[in-house]
Ligand binder design. Structure first.
Ligand code: SAH
Length: 266
């Protein structure tokens, strides 16, 4: 009797959203390294350093989907389509994102898209740039004497959308004693400064950390009133994190930044 020949098992690929951390390969998790090494296709964001991409197998295909080389970044819808197609072809896809995939990385949107296509997604978390910035400064983001909590916030709004209400945020941060960690805030720093000044004292310490964890990392410490002027004077650009709050007061004092509370002996 003839048995029908079994149909070939469907080739199932997989997709992992991997946080590449702030840049230094030593800050990758072991899970991230394993995922990168076993990927057959890597879709890589701009802020992921070459040393990390170099961990991929020589046979892996690497596609840069950021704005490298002055080109426009790949449209998000195209990236999502490519991920689905590659997984359906049986590839082990790694979507490599700077920092943590779920902090301003559009990782959430990508996961929703893949799940809607019936694809299971794994997530490997990474050290987010805000934590790396605090590490670069040597300050804690919370401290019993200075800050009861921390807010990670973007300084960049979606096109056509309203950005954060900086005044409201400043009042809340002042009253609830919160540290603010601002991502993507450099181009709007002047506006952020003016908004925050409506609810926080002018001499609130701020720090700007450029390319945290990378060999050319730089930072500047200032007060809220001189945030924009300091960015301009120091020639700091993107990618940078702006930290705002009293957790920086010790650092500001040692950097000679005039703070009223400290001048008064506090
Ligand atoms: N998912 C990322 C954030 C992506 S948004 C994360 O978790 O870190 C991109 C912004 O992150 C940049 O505009 C900048 O504000 C910040 N950023 C990323 N890498 C950075 C680095 N090495 N140093 C300072 N800021 C960085």
């Amino acid at each position: 009797m003839n048995h029908p020949s079994p149909s070939p098992a469907p080739r199932t690929g997989q997709c992992t959203l991997v946080g590449a951390g702030p840049g230094d390969p030593d800050l990758l998790t072991l899970q991230a390294v394993r995922a990168i090494q076993s990927a057959t296709l890597l879709l890589v964001d701009d802020l992921v350093s070459d040393a990390i991409v170099a961990l991929a197998a020589p046979s892996a295909r690497v596609v840069h989907v950021g704005k490298r080389g002055g080109c426009k970044s790949t449209p998000q819808a195209f990236i999502e389509k490519l991920m689905v197609m590659a997984v359906q072809e049986g590839q082990r896809v790694v979507r490599l994102k700077g920092g943590d995939p779920f902090i301003f990385g559009r990782g959430g949107e990508e996961m929703e898209h893949l799940r809607a296509a019936g694809i299971a997604v794994q997530v490997v978390h990474g050290i987010t740039a805000g934590l790396a910035a605090a590490g670069a400064l040597g300050v804690p983001l919370t401290h019993r004497a200075h800050a009861q909590g921390v807010v990670f916030i973007t300084g960049h709004a979606q096109p056509g959308a309203r950005g954060p209400d900086w005044g409201l945020l400043a009042c809340t941060a002042h009253q609830a004693r919160l540290t603010l960690v601002i991502y993507m805030g450099m181009s709007g720093a002047g506006q952020i400064q003016e908004g925050l000044r409506t609810g926080l004292p002018d001499d609130t310490p701020v720090a700007i950390v450029h390319r945290a964890s990378l060999p050319d990392q730089r930072h500047a410490v200032a007060t809220l009133a001189s945030l924009q002027a300091t960015i301009e004077r120091e020639g700091l650009g993107s990618p940078s994190i702006i930290v705002v709050g009293d957790v920086l007061s010790g650092l500001a004092a040692s950097a000679g930044v005039p703070l009223a509370g400290l001048q008064a002996g506090g």
